[in-house]
Design a protein around this ligand. Structure first.
Ligand code: FAD
Length: 294
């Protein structure tokens, strides 16, 4: 099912993000974890590409398994920044063969080697280049893009970032998923600005339940997200007690999701990654809300 159709539904729902294995030996455990999450009947599941060293082959295998054997619509991620035209075209062909309907078109993060290389020689400089490729490949993919309520770290300012975001939408994005954030007011402010800029496609807010004190530093470093005092206090108090931090992190994410639903959002994307217990706890916390009419 195309996510553009699914996002038109007016019932509260959650989607979950998972990541592919880095090695063959990890494949079975990742497959099992993703299947456990699929059993929660999310609106869809997204499978990241290359993050942490996983390969595109695994992204497609996991996405295909979730869709075909568990009936959950999937969104396969694809990055382009260090790729040649041939590699990207080959990946797109593999997606077509695997029956993938939804693709998250991303640039990918710049490694230190890429930062220092000659950008004029790159086949793809920005996600928008990949969106054009996907639009011209002859398949009718439903394409998504990434957006940043707190501004992408490489952008000079929010105005520039939103200008380029609009270019992605005009190139063919049917929806946008946000980077994680811990203060919903940042999302509401961002929504106001992008709507004012004429971006009208559905926005899927991304929420990451922080369930481990050690995860905080890495998550903040990667996303550049602002940590509200309420969240900092929680990490200070419970960060060194794993079970307590997990419970507090799930409660914080649940609270964020309820507030988003109460303020006009219908689908929230949960970055619970390959942790069925965390996904399950959030679904249980929202059992009387999920499926309700907006
Ligand atoms: P772009 O949209 O290309 O933007 C990158 C920067 O370039 C921004 O600052 C933008 O303003 C600027 N820009 C865009 N177009 C132009 C232009 N024409 N001229 C000048 N500047 C321009 N990474 C992975 O490796 N695998 C994943 O599966 C993955 N999934 C993600 C999912 C989500 C929802 C998000 C938010 C991020 C994900 N990432 C993933 C991380 C992502 O690859 C990085 O954040 C990356 O740095 C930017 O990717 P992008 O697609 O947003 O890039």
């Amino acid at each position: 099912m195309k996510l553009s159709e699914l996002l038109e539904r007016d019932r509260f729902s959650l989607s979950f993000e998972v990541f592919p294995p880095k090695t063959d030996t990890a494949f079975d455990s990742v497959k099992l974890a993703t299947e456990e999450i699929a059993k929660l009947s999310p609106s869809f599941m997204s499978v990241t590409y290359g993050a942490g060293g996983g390969t595109g082959r695994y992204t497609l295998e996991i996405a295909k398994n979730i869709k075909e054997n568990h009936g959950v619509p999937t969104l396969a991620h694809l990055t382009c920044v260090s790729s040649t035209k041939e590699t990207v075209k080959e990946k797109i062909e593999q997606m077509k063969e695997a029956g993938i309907e939804n693709v998250m078109a991303l640039r990918g993060d710049l490694t230190p080697e890429l930062e220092g290389s000659d950008r004029s020689r790159w086949a793809y400089r920005y996600a928008v280049d990949l969106i054009h490729e996907l639009r011209e490949c002859g398949a009718d993919f439903c394409i998504g893009g990434a957006c940043y309520p707190e501004v992408h770290p490489e952008s000079a300012n929010q105005k520039e970032d939103i200008k380029h975001l609009k270019e992605k939408v005009e190139a063919g994005c049917s929806f946008l998923t946000t980077q994680m954030f811990f203060d919903n007011n940042l999302l509401y402010n961002f929504l106001y600005k992008i709507r004012e800029a004429g971006i009208t496609v559905p926005i899927i807010p991304g929420v990451m339940p922080i369930t481990n004190g050690n995860q905080v530093e890495r998550a903040i470093k990667l996303s550049g997200s602002f940590m509200p005092q309420r969240f900092k206090s929680l990490v200070d108090k419970f960060g060194s007690t794993p079970a307590a931090m997990k419970q507090a992190g799930i409660a914080y994410a649940t609270d964020q999701i309820i507030d988003l639903f109460a303020n006009g959002i219908t689908n929230v994307h949960v970055y619970s990654m390959n942790k069925p217990d965390v996904a399950c706890a959030i679904v249980a916390n929202l059992s009387d809300i999920l499926g309700e009419k907006k």
